[in-house]
Design a protein around this ligand. Structure first.
Ligand code: HEM
Length: 519
């Protein structure tokens, strides 16, 4: 782009922004405090609002602003109004009491691009008949307890393959990037559940897994990048930072892979070697939907995208955080090992069926999700009409962030909130801990959200994180590489990661080498 064009575009941008700012001011007049007024918040600059002071670590930045302005505050970002909720009571008002009103999404430009327009998948769809159909399809056919039971052998195969791989690494005395390894495992489990192993053999599966990993990382990056097009929607057509262009290209790469996989299946007459999710979706696509909403080939691909993008990094990052916390606190690691040794021993490999007996391990997973929720600000909600929350007016169309990260560290709800203490969830055997689950019923524990937009993959995430941690801890001793320190810093990018990947050295601890075979 030459410099004249850039200047003209910037000029147009400022003109549009000024217009929007004046329009916005007129709409939001009356921010004087109390009932009917906007929540308090930082004043910000004309036109830009608080854009210039925005810190990329959004969850901690918002927690700091909440300490100053209260558990509901508003923040203007360009022409957009953000409202941030930071208490269990107000989270209840938004996610439970006014669930229907707040169940919409304010779709970022990059998300619209990667999700086939914003109304074809689950995550970014408004909560109407189409969203209901898509959610029902996924939860009933793939992500429910019975759907997951039906493919447990597939998960076992993938986890055993990981076990064998880690054993080879351990025997060689090499290091493991724990998050990267668990990403591949999760990816293989999810893609296996979606379309089985029926996509041209093992080598293609590995190649697809590797390509997806890069794509998911790139998509998370574009979704997390601050985008002028979102702060000033009138500027979207200009795509001043080229983010939409990048997102379109990523979507096309995903689409090519999905199209190839679907075509192979169609060429096979639509039937898989074993029933899988793709087979079910292609049948529904032939039928055209459920009578209330249509179901098209675009929906097939958009759902595949939801599962691949929504289910992989979230799960593998959680496993990585759990391992990091246990390496930081070896007492906890030892206690998990002792539990595994008592229930499973070291003469056989832990199975998914052992999980209900591994109570302390489940507490470790719960505590990991409390301190390190994979989506610290959930996915922002968007009210369909002006609504009063905490005595303040939250205008229709604003972007509502529920700061799950801060809520789950609220000292009013949690003793020593920044400490990693799985015992707080130990209820059996006189543990005296607190009983929590992942259903979002208690609004101070919401790692998966709450209400109608709660995570669609809770059951799958629960099994995969617990099974991964169980396998890693039962089968290996873990040490940091010589001279390396554990860095627990977080990095926010929609999905929260460790700023420095956890690298550790495994040593086999099962009784016989044959136990590590992939079979
Ligand atoms: C530890 C792992 C995971 C965590 C912590 C997590 C957390 C969340 C959260 C906080 C939300 C947003 C809720 C809201 O907007 O209020 C969400 C949405 C969603 N998640 Fe997960 N998730 C995980 C794994 C998965 C998996 C494995 C899948 C599927 C394979 C999945 C699929 C989805 C979908 C489709 C949505 C959108 C739901 C909607 O908008 O109606 N997630 N997740």
């Amino acid at each position: 782009m030459d410099s004249d064009t850039t200047t003209t575009l910037l000029y147009l941008a400022l003109l549009a922004a000024s217009f929007l700012y004046l329009f916005f001011l007129r709409r939001t007049r009356g921010n004087g405090g109390g009932e009917g007024s906007l929540p308090p918040g930082p004043r910000g600059l004309p036109i830009l609002g608080s854009l210039l002071s925005l810190n990329p670590e959004l969850h901690t930045y918002f927690a700091g602003l909440a300490a100053k302005h209260g558990p509901i505050f508003s923040i203007r970002l360009g022409s957009k109004l953000g409202v941030v909720i930071t208490s269990p009571a107000l989270a209840r008002e938004v996610l439970k009491d006014n669930d229907a009103v707040f169940s919409g999404r304010d779709v970022p430009d990059a998300a619209r691009s990667v999700s086939y327009g914003g109304a074809q998948n689950i995550v970014w769809n408004p909560a109407g008949p189409k969203w209901r159909l898509l959610r029902r399809v996924c939860v009933r056919e793939m992500l429910s307890a019975s759907g997951l039971d039906a493919v447990h052998l597939l998960r076992r195969r993938e986890f055993r393959a990981t076990l064998a791989h880690l054993h080879a690494v351990a025997v060689a005395g090499a290091e493991v990037d724990v998050g990267a390894q668990m990403f591949l495992t999760t990816m293989n489990v999810i893609t296996g559940t979606l379309w089985g192993g029926n996509i041209g053999g093992e080598s293609e599966r590995t190649a697809v897994g590797k390509e997806f990993r890069e794509l998911v990382a790139d998509i998370t990056a574009v979704l997390g990048a601050p985008n002028v097009s979102d702060f000033f929607p009138a500027l979207q057509p200009f795509d001043l930072q080229g983010i939409r262009n990048k997102s379109d290209k990523l979507k096309t790469r995903f689409d090519d892979i999905f199209a190839r996989i679907i075509q192979q299946r169609v060429n096979n007459g639509g039937a898989a070697t074993a029933p899988d999710f793709l087979e079910y979706m292609l049948k529904l696509e032939k039928e055209g939907g459920d009578g209330k909403a249509s179901f098209t080939m675009t929906n097939v691909k958009a759902l595949l995208m939801d599962m691949v993008v929504g289910g992989t990094e979230t799960t593998s990052n959680t496993v990585e955080w759990a391992m990091a916390e246990m390496l930081k606190n070896r007492r906890i690691l030892k206690k998990v090992q002792e539990e595994l040794d008592a229930i499973v021993g070291t003469d056989s490999v832990v199975e998914e069926s052992h999980l209900p007996q591994l109570h302390y391990l489940q507490s470790v997973v719960k505590e990991t999700l409390r301190l390190h929720p994979a989506l610290p600000l959930m996915v922002p909600h968007c009210p369909s009409e002006d609504t009063t929350v905490g005595g303040h007016r939250v205008p229709a169309g604003s972007r509502v962030f529920v700061n799950a990260w801060a809520i789950m560290r609220d000292p009013a709800a949690w003793k020593d909130p920044d400490e990693f203490v799985p015992e707080r969830f130990e209820v059996g055997g006189g543990g005296g801990g607190r009983k929590v689950d992942f259903t979002g019923g208690e609004l101070d524990y919401v790692p998966f959200g709450s209400g109608r937009r709660i995570c669609a993959g809770v059951a799958m995430a629960e099994r995969m994180t617990a099974y991964s941690v169980a396998l890693l801890v039962q089968a290996f001793e873990w040490e940091l590489p010589e001279g390396k320190e554990l860095d627990m810093k977080e990095k926010f990018a929609i999905v929260m990661k460790k700023a420095t990947p956890l690298v550790a050295v495994p040593t086999p601890r099962l009784s016989r080498p044959e136990l590590y075979s992939a079979a």
